[in-house]
Design a binder for this molecule. Structure first.
Ligand code: GFB
Length: 311
């Protein structure tokens, strides 16, 4: 991929796509193509056909997706499976049709079975039943992986699939109903402080363990893999470290400076008990993350105060 190559970032307004765009711009890539979802509805096959025929991108980062936290996934399972299947089917197929040189598809760590051996190696894919709270999303992502592998096999394309762990950072969704846990906690602690509240509630038992990767680290990994990885085999991207949700809440509390108590709301679901990626393969290729959790949360909290609250 040259600095002048025509690169389409699908989903450039989202958490992942915006970080990939920042990273490519920093590195001097100067021929980026983007469209907002208003300009181009990736679920609409005809619009996607026209867009690819007109723009003829050489490289594609497929970061457009319907994403959300545990509650959004369980409340809108039809949206999660339909939107993701439609978006990725259209983009992957048109990328093949116009002869895109390489495409990077973003999966998720929730493609692995609920009771997968931890840390989860890439070979755990399809080795057991999925976590029910996000199975429709996971099934769509697994279909995307299988599509990339099938097109590589039948058509000789170079479509790679990477599996990031739970992500966070600037441009995340901070809506309390639909967001993931980390942005939700930042917002809850911040607002509790403003309103002089002496406690906040977190969902579930506080015991599930999660791994969190700062999105700028993911963007760096995406560029690294786009340049150096050509295998059909999926590859994990994470930190290899996990915390309990309660430990996470304590860190966010410290960063935000909240002085009150943390309470649990056991009526809300826990989801999968553990979701830690085995990151030996990407490490062996020479990539590792730069941000530790505390620093990543500090950066995200300052973005939230500067940008999100002024939107
Ligand atoms: O981040 P999260 O929504 O999704 O929740 P998953 C992680 C854990 O944090 C769950 C708890 O055990 C939640 O019960 N939690 C505590 C909270 N307080 C809160 C809160 O205020 N908001 C939220 N959202 N959670 C998602 C999948 O699973 O992971 C997606 O649903 C996606 O498909 C994503 O793959 C990476 O980690 O459980």
């Amino acid at each position: 991929m040259e600095l002048t190559s025509k690169i389409y970032i699908a989903g450039h307004k989202g958490l992942v796509g915006s970080a990939i765009k920042r990273r490519l711009e920093q590195e001097g890539y100067n021929n980026l193509v983007t469209r907002t979802s208003r300009q181009l509805d990736l679920r609409d096959q005809r619009q996607v056909v026209r867009f690819f025929e007109r723009e003829q991108p050489e490289y594609v980062f497929l970061a457009a997706a319907k994403v959300g936290g545990i509650l959004a996934n369980s409340t809108y399972p039809a949206n999660f499976i339909y939107d993701n299947l439609a978006i990725q089917t259209n983009v992957i197929h048109q990328a093949y049709r116009i002869g895109v040189k390489k495409l990077l598809f973003l999966g998720s760590s929730c493609i692995y079975p609920r009771n997968a051996t931890q840390p989860m190696q890439e070979r755990e894919l399809l080795s057991g039943p999925l976590e029910p709270t996000n199975a429709p999303y996971a099934v769509a992502k697994i279909a995307g992986i299988t599509m990339c592998q099938s097109y590589n096999r039948q058509h000789g394309t170079c479509f790679i699939s990477i599996m990031p762990t739970n992500l966070y950072g600037p441009s995340d969704n901070f809506d309390l109903e639909s967001s993931h846990v980390l942005p939700a906690l930042i917002r809850k602690f911040h607002e509790a402080g403003l309103n002089n509240r002496d406690r906040i509630e977190i969902w579930g038992s506080g015991k599930p363990r999660r791994e969190f990767l700062y999105v700028d680290d993911l963007a760096e990994a995406c560029l690294f893999l786009m340049l150096h990885y050509n295998d059909s085999e999926i590859i994990n991207v994470g930190t290899g470290k996990e915390v309990t949700i309660l430990e996470l809440a304590e860190i966010v509390k410290t960063v935000v400076g909240f002085k009150g108590k943390i309470e649990l709301d056991p009526t809300k679901p826990d989801g999968t008990p553990r979701k830690l990626l085995d990151v030996s393969r990407i490490r062996a290729l020479g990539w590792e993350p730069r941000y530790d959790l505390y620093r990543g949360i500090e950066h995200t909290y300052s973005w939230f105060k500067k940008r999100y609250l002024n939107l």
